[in-house]
Write a protein that binds this ligand. Structure first.
Ligand code: ASP
Ligand code: MG
Length: 411
């Protein structure tokens, strides 16, 4: 008897009719003889509404109370799904994070999972019950307070529970039928991938693909949880398998490039004529890190006189003004000549484990962008991806260009 985790996102449980549809998917797996743990999100839009109320309550709210409020959306859907399953004659019980218990750090609002005791869930399986688990939430052991895992965190709950109960696989049901080579809203020739390697999915999620929370992919990779992304809108009696995220060994035909991702809202800051001496990078980036500003691409130019240099880096647009203020406030200390900035940029990335064994992959993109007149502002590369920073106005052209260039277009 195999164990299975089935996770349903907000659009899949958006109302009672959809919850009933979810119950049909659960019934199919129960009837196939599986022990099933279901993880649910809050109804679509609910968490945003709850966050809105918290912000209305106080600008400087207590994060412990934020968690008390925003964790409630999942309490509702887990209870409702258990009720609907019971109504269909399927034995089911809801579980809140604290009841499992799913233990986390005390970083309220973005807590990390520290451990899951599978004993209570095990006992439920022995009683023949489906476990219906409220995603996104846990409990801090020392204080006994509710915590949440950060937006999109129920994906992470699902993968962590799959690892904890030794599930054969984790099915993430959502409103799309899998992971695509790129965003189908931009490229009509985007294709659904049958399989994608953990590492590739991690890069795709980090570089802008929104289908899974990044941490859920990290966890799946560490614990080797075979994870499917699939649609809850399929006919429950006749579903399609979706995309399997798995170990690269399982993927026979490896493309050089598997997917193209993009992330909008990037801003660039350039510091001109920064002293070229030890400690300067720290003087710039430590204060930004202390302010929780996520710096991404960093480029340092060595100038010909070797006494000063230019440093360029990117931050999310939302943090652009704050980053500028922090740096200008330290102008004397960092000792730079001028600060220049640009907003409305986009980072376009190509990802594929096949890049490890092929040279010149990114060079082809440089040429293709040149032919299209797209100016590249910054470049970063790693073993299995490269990213190009360009003006946002060229997003669609750039994504389409790369998608065709690497042979990803559907026939
Ligand atoms: N309901 C939470 C959110 O909207 C968690 C989730 O859906 O994954 O972020
Ligand atoms: Mg989600």
């Amino acid at each position: 008897m195999a164990r299975l985790v089935m996770k349903f996102g907000g659009t899949s449980v958006a109302n009672m009719e959809r919850i009933r549809n979810v119950a049909q998917h659960v019934r199919r797996e129960v009837e196939a003889g599986h022990q099933v743990a279901v993880v649910v999100s809050a109804m679509a839009g609910k968490t945003n509404e709850l966050v809105g109320w918290v912000n209305e309550g106080s600008k400087l709210y207590d994060p412990r109370e934020y968690d008390a409020v925003v964790a409630s959306g999942e309490q509702v859907t887990s209870g409702l799904l258990a009720i609907v399953l019971q109504d269909m004659g399927i034995s089911a019980r809801s579980w809140q994070g604290w009841q499992i218990p799913l233990l986390t750090s005390d970083a309220h609002g973005s807590a990390r999972i520290e451990g899951i005791d599978g004993k209570n869930l095990d006992d439920g399986f022995k009683r023949g019950e489906v476990a219906v688990i409220a995603g996104f939430q846990g409990i801090h052991a020392d204080t006994g307070r509710l915590t949440t895992l950060g937006r999109g965190g129920s994906d992470t709950s699902a993968v962590a529970i799959a690892a904890a109960i030794g599930a054969e696989r984790c099915d993430i049901y959502t409103d799309v039928d899998g992971v695509y080579t790129t965003d189908p809203r931009i490229v009509s020739k985007a294709r659904r991938l049958e399989k994608v390697a953990f590492e590739e999915m991690l890069e795709m999620a980090s570089l802008g693909a929104k289908v899974l929370q990044v941490r859920s992919v990290e966890l799946a990779m560490v614990h080797k949880v075979r994870t499917y992304v699939r649609s809850s809108f399929d006919d429950p009696a006749n579903p399609t398998p979706g995309t399997l995220i798995c170990d690269e060994e399982e993927i026979m035909e490896q493309q050089i490039v598997t997917g193209i991702a993009y992330s909008k809202d990037e801003a660039q800051i350039t510091l001109r004529r920064v002293a070229d001496k030890p400690g300067v990078a720290a003087a710039i980036f430590v204060p930004l890190a202390d302010a929780n500003i996520n710096v991404d691409m960093i480029i340092q130019v060595t100038s010909d006189n070797t006494t000063s240099t230019d440093i360029t880096f990117t931050v999310p647009t939302a943090d652009f003004e704050r980053a500028k203020t922090i740096l200008e406030g330290r102008k004397a200390e960092i000792n730079f000549g001028a600060l220049e900035g640009a907003r409305d940029l986009v980072k376009v990335s190509a990802i594929g484990i096949g890049m490890r064994s092929h040279a010149g992959v990114a060079a082809r993109a440089f040429k293709a962008f040149a032919d299209k007149g797209i100016n590249i502002r910054a470049i970063t590369t790693s073993e299995i991806k490269f990213s190009l920073l360009i003006d946002a106005a060229y997003t669609e052209l750039a994504v389409r260009t790369l998608h065709s260039l690497y042979g990803l277009d559907a026939a």
